[in-house]
Design a binder for this molecule. Structure first.
Ligand code: ADE
Length: 253
């Protein structure tokens, strides 16, 4: 079943990369239906206004709930699916977008559900928009951040989310085995380092074990490199996957 992703933005051109590469091919092959909408199509004034000054004062502008309401009523209203709908609102103030969330959303899209992404700009979208759609029976609203930094708007996050979800859909990646061992997969480790030809390059050699043909030794080597790399670069991941006593001692959870 083909699910769909709808992205609403005041800069639809920002989402043009979704026509390229794996996501573009998945769309062409009918594995995924992605539609990009221009928020300004739902404005009603001559200037096509989408924002206004914040109540309570402060810098910048806030996106108006009435314009977003018209847009999202239409985008979410087109769909009536038992697989449900997720409305994602990218914001640096959101919960962290993770591989686990991408997997959850891919399952929903794959079952014929809908993923809508509302890209805010300026100081963000009036908070009542998230509140209102969270009250709708078939809609799950999630405000998500793709990392601890501030972007100019939700469009880059929408690209990130769409790619992370699309590549998990059946048929999108040529070799599904490549999904199995990658970083942030179920083992909770970063991926081991990889090498290809030539075996010697600028005085640097490919580790001998990888050319040994001994798959037992190769597996052991890769796992220990993955653990070592994770311990050095992302010790938080090791702690998160550690036994409950260790997590308790480190104050995780
Ligand atoms: N909009 C601005 N910054 C963002 C971030 N880090 N994640 C998601 N959306 C954003």
């Amino acid at each position: 079943m083909t699910g769909r992703i709808d992205i609403v933005s005041i800069f639809p051109g920002y989402l043009a990369p979704l026509e390229l590469s794996l996501v573009g091919k998945a769309r062409q092959d009918g594995l995924l239906d992605v539609t990009v909408h221009d928020l300004r199509d739902w404005t009603s004034d001559r200037h096509r206004t989408v924002d206004d000054t914040p109540f309570g004062g402060g810098a910048g502008m806030v996106m108006r709930p009435d314009v977003w309401g018209h847009a999202l009523d239409e985008v979410l209203g087109e769909q009536d699916t038992p697989a449900g709908q997720s409305l994602l609102i990218p914001t640096p103030a959101g919960e962290r977008f993770t591989q686990a969330m991408a997997e959850e959303l891919a399952l929903q899209v794959c079952a014929g559900g809908q993923l809508a992404i509302a890209c805010g700009r300026y100081e963000g979208i009036d908070a009542r928009v998230a509140e209102h759609y969270a009250e709708q029976e078939h809609v799950t609203v999630r405000e998500v951040s793709i990392g601890d930094y501030v972007l100019n708007g939700g469009e880059v996050a929408a690209l990130v989310i769409t790619e992370a979800v699309a590549r998990l859909l059946p048929g999108v990646i040529g070799n599904p085995q490549s999904l199995v061992e990658e970083s942030h997969g179920s083992a909770g480790l970063l991926e081991y380092p990889v090498y290809t030809k030539p075996p010697s390059w600028r005085g640097l050699e490919v580790p001998e074990v990888l050319r040994s043909g001994d798959h037992g030794r190769i597996g052991t080597w890769r796992r220990s490199r993955a653990v070592e790399r994770t311990a050095r670069r992302r010790p938080d991941l090791l702690v998160r996957h550690a036994p409950p006593q260790v997590r308790l001692a480190k104050g995780v959870d």
